[in-house]
Write a protein of this length. Structure first.
Length: 158
């Protein structure tokens, strides 16, 4: 009687990698679409104060941020340790706030301008003098919707 043997005994077919580029590109496109890039590099220290009565903003796309605090250690040699105002990625003075608000309004649709809001992100240790100066400059620019960014009390103890 004859014996039948397999020719490819012990050999397995290779794994097809034809679909691997498709999977890689699907993941790449997913992360490109779902990831948001940081818009502003914060160059001042930000230890926000705590509050108990906090509301979330509805449309964050209509919010312009003004950061106030001590410059980070990389900038302290050049600017000192006095609190500074940061508009977008640059340090500024209260005289620059009017132009900043005007440019923010120009970037928006005319129907959205009444709903624009200015959010002050002020360090916990900053004195109110510079904050009051910023608020006066915002009044001159007719930017009257102002809020203060804070942490909730629950977030502090977590």
């Amino acid at each position: 009687m004859a014996k039948f043997q397999r020719k490819d005994k012990g050999k397995r077919p290779g794994i097809s990698t034809a679909s691997l580029p498709d999977i890689v590109f699907m993941l790449l496109f997913f992360f490109m679409v779902s990831t948001t890039m940081r818009e502003v590099t914060i160059n001042v220290m930000q230890r926000l104060p705590a509050a108990t009565e906090v509301r979330k903003l509805e449309r964050k796309s209509l919010v312009s941020y003004i950061y106030i605090g001590q410059p980070r250690s990389a900038f302290q040699r050049l600017l000192g340790t006095e609190p500074r105002i940061q508009l977008n990625d640059q340090f500024a003075t209260t005289d620059d706030i009017f132009a900043f608000i005007a440019s923010e309004r120009e970037a928006r649709d005319e129907s959205e301008i009444p709903f624009m809001r200015t959010s002050l992100k002020v360090d916990n240790e900053v004195r109110m003098g510079i904050v009051d100066d910023v608020k006066q400059a915002l009044r001159r620019a007719n930017a009257l919707n102002i809020n203060y960014s804070t942490l909730t009390v629950e977030n502090i103890f977590d």
